[in-house]
Each structure stands twice: as structure tokens, then as C-alpha cells.
Design a protein around this ligand. Structure first.
Ligand code: AMP
Ligand code: MG
Length: 368
């Protein structure tokens, strides 16, 4: 007895023949997809790291992606190019930088600058206005007079007379920004600027946007402690960075913060300072007094989409301190964490915007 379904030209024959062909193809495709997924998302795959020096400090970049040697080279070149561009324009130590030339331009005639310089001055201006002048890049002569600028440490604190002479050129409103003309205009010929409180963050932003342009999806950029994270890591978790404790004796992490397409910057009186006759002088100048902020063992950490903004705000809020600074940050919707040294450890106070960024409520005034 022959069955219609088992003959060589029966429909079943055609099905089994197709199955014989399709099955191996399907298996190969499935295996290919599995390998592809493992290759792309394998948690143990190396994070590529790049490090070096820039702007008188160090930088570090981590890229979480599988990269070819060619891509790794392109990334290294891009980082170097972007950072040396910012350094070359904004350094006060390099006498040939655009900023140094602007500072030597003792005139109220417009001074043509790069679009990058305009952008940084505009960021600085915004934070100056919103902080009531606590952030002020024109404090440069005061920074030098107190021993924190290119001339180096000073033998004695500057006299009142000297400070009041220097103050004549200080004031953020003494530099006007003309975006259309591409110029900066001094209203006082002796006004000079120091971009140290914002340029590192700006460098972080410049590197981050360049890496995104290269098609990289997950990376962390850090310059002198100012950090920006882009994308999620391949294991699906956000980049986590440590916030330093305001400890003068050692580097220790106070707490961690998760960042997704956000930057974090910390400023304070605990790292860059010197002692003279028992008095501690910190590198942040209060433009209202023309003096370094009084030492309190305090730090301010700001989280912002822009690293330049985070950098500038962290400095501004350090000038104002944990009380006045906290009130301003809260009013302005700035995500800030104030950490202050106490007799029993440290206490922290986070603004609502900082807590909403995924911070546990316990971050409010917690001892270490
Ligand atoms: P940061 O470490 O980002 O807080 O920047 C501190 C540096 O910014 C100092 O070393 C000075 O060069 C400069 N600076 C000091 N005081 C101020 C201020 N009130 N506004 C802007 N820049 C400042
Ligand atoms: Mg800063």
C-alpha cells in the first residue's frame, strides 16, 4: 500500500526537504544571534581606559564598548585634541593662550575670541548672575594676590590697600559678551579673567560630545575630578562615581552617585589650601570680601547635565557656604549636596533636586 503522503513527490516530502534545508540555516542564525549578543553585551568585556595630563591636572576616560584598534586610536586622538584645544585657549599659565592674550589686552576695545571662549564666558556669566556675583572669573588678580595663581605662593597676605587697588577691575559685569560680533569687551581696561573654576568641566563636555559624535554610547569622562557619564554601561547599570569626603588628610569616598547623561563636580576648601601662621587659606575667593573663603572642611557637589555648569555652580556654592549656598541652590533648582565636617564626622545636606536624582532620603545630614 502506498501512501500519498510518503511518495517522493508528495507534500510531506517537500516539507521534510525544506525542513532539512531550513533547520540548519535557522540553527546557524540562532547561534549567530547568541554569539552576537554575547559579544556585544558580555559583562566581562574590558572597559577601555585612557589617561593623561591636561590643564595642570589629570584626566581619565573610560569607554564601555568593544572597540577595534582603529577605534581606540581615534578615541585617544579625539580626547587629546579636544583637551589640548581647551587648555590652549583657556590656560592662565600658558602666556600664548587666548585667555592670556585677552588678559594682556588692557583696553576697552572689543577683543575677538573663539566660539569656545564665548561659550565659557556665557556659562560663567549665567552662574555669576544667578549666584549674585559669588561666581566671578574676574577675581583673577585676587587669586594671584593670595598665592593661588601662576605667580605661585606669596610670602604674606596682601594688605587692605593692595586688595582695594586690585578690586577696581574685579566684577563679572566688567566683561561684556557680544555673541554676534564674536567679541569680549572690557568696561575696565585692567579687568582680567581666570577660568579655572569652569574650564575643567567645559573640557569634560567637549570630550563627551566628541565621543558621542564618534558613535560611542557608554563612557565616563573625568578632568581634575569633574566627571560626566554618558549612556548606561553594557550590563544595563548606570555609571556610578564616588563623591569625595572633604578630608584634608586623605582621599576617601563619602558616598556614591549614579549618573545617566549627567555630570558631577565638587568644590571645597579641603584640597587646595595652604597654612600661614596658623591660618588656612583656601583657593576659592569670596568676591564680596576679596579674601579666601574661611576654612570649614566643607565641600559642595553639584549634579547637572552640563559639566561646565556643574563645575561653576560647585565653586559658586562653595563661596556662599552650606547655609546661604543651600538656600540659593534650592531656590535655583540646583542639584547640590553640601558636606560639612563636624566633631563627630560629617553631615550632609542635599537639595530636593539632588534627592530627586535617585538619592536616598538618608543622604540628609547623615554622619559617616
Ligand atoms: P574649583 O576648583 O572649580 O572650585 O575652582 C577654583 C579655582 O577657580 C581657583 O583656584 C581660582 O583659580 C578660581 N576662583 C577662585 N574663586 C573664584 C570665584 N569666586 N569665582 C570663580 N572662580 C574662582
Ligand atoms: Mg568649579
Amino acid at each position: 500500500m502506498t501512501s500519498a503522503s510518503s511518495g517522493p513527490r508528495s507534500p510531506m516530502w517537500r516539507v521534510t526537504t525544506w525542513a532539512k534545508v531550513l533547520l540548519p540555516v535557522g540553527i546557524v542564525i540562532l547561534m549567530g544571534l547568541t554569539v552576537w549578543r554575547v559579544v556585544l553585551t558580555e559583562p566581562g568585556a574590558p572597559v577601555h581606559e585612557y589617561a593623561g595630563v591636561t590643564m595642570g591636572t589629570t584626566y581619565a576616560v573610560k569607554v564601555d564598548a568593544r572597540l577595534t584598534a582603529k577605534q581606540r586610536k581615534a578615541i585617544a586622538d579625539t580626547i587629546e585634541q579636544r583637551l589640548s584645544e581647551v587648555d590652549g585657549l583657556m590656560s592662565t599659565y600658558d602666556t600664548t593662550s587666548e585667555l592670556s592674550r585677552f588678559n594682556r589686552h588692557e583696553s576697552t576695545d572689543p577683543f575677538i575670541v573663539s566660539s569656545l571662549m564665548l561659550e565659557v564666558f556665557a556659562t560663567a556669566r549665567e552662574v555669576s548672575e544667578r549666584s549674585g556675583g559669588a561666581f566671578d572669573v574676574t577675581v583673577a588678580p585676587l587669586v594671584d594676590a593670595w598665592g593661588f595663581g601662576p605667580p605661585g605662593r606669596v610670602a604674606a597676605a596682601p594688605s587692605e590697600t593692595h586688595l582695594s587697588t586690585l578690586r577696581s577691575g574685579v566684577g563679572y559685569e566688567k566683561v561684556q559678551i557680544d555673541r554676534e560680533a564674536g567679541t569680549l569687551v572690557k568696561t575696565h581696561p585692567q579687568t582680567v579673567a581666570d577660568l579655572s573654576a569652569v574650564a575643567k568641566g567645559y573640557g569634560v563636555d567637549r570630550v563627551s560630545s566628541a565621543l558621542a559624535d564618534l558613535g560611542i554610547g557608554s563612557f565616563l569622562v573625568e578632568v581634575g575630578g569633574e566627571i560626566k557619564a554618558t549612556g548606561m554601561k553594557r550590563d544595563g547599570t548606570p555609571w556610578r562615581v564616588g563623591i569625595e569626603r572633604p578630608d584634608t588628610a586623605m582621599r576617601a569616598v563619602y558616598r556614591g552617585v549614579d549618573l545617566i547623561d549627567e555630570a558631577v563636580a565638587t568644590s571645597g576648601d579641603y584640597r587646595n589650601f595652604y597654612e600661614h601662621h596658623g591660618v588656612r587659606y583656601a583657593h576659592i575667593i569670596d568676591p564680596r570680601t576679596a579674601r579666601p573663603i574661611p576654612y570649614a572642611g566643607a565641600s559642595v557637589t553639584v549634579v547637572h547635565a552640563s559639566a561646565a555648569m556643574a563645575d561653576a555652580w560647585a565653586t559658586a556654592l562653595s563661596v556662599l557656604g552650606p547655609d546661604e549656598g543651600y538656600d540659593l541652590a534650592e531656590r535655583e533648582g540646583v542639584a547640590a549636596l553640601f558636606v560639612v565636617r563636624t566633631d563627630s564626622g560629617y553631615s550632609a545636606h542635599a537639595t530636593p533636586a539632588f534627592r530627586q536624582g535617585g538619592e536616598p532620603e538618608s543622604s540628609v545630614r547623615e554622619p559617616v
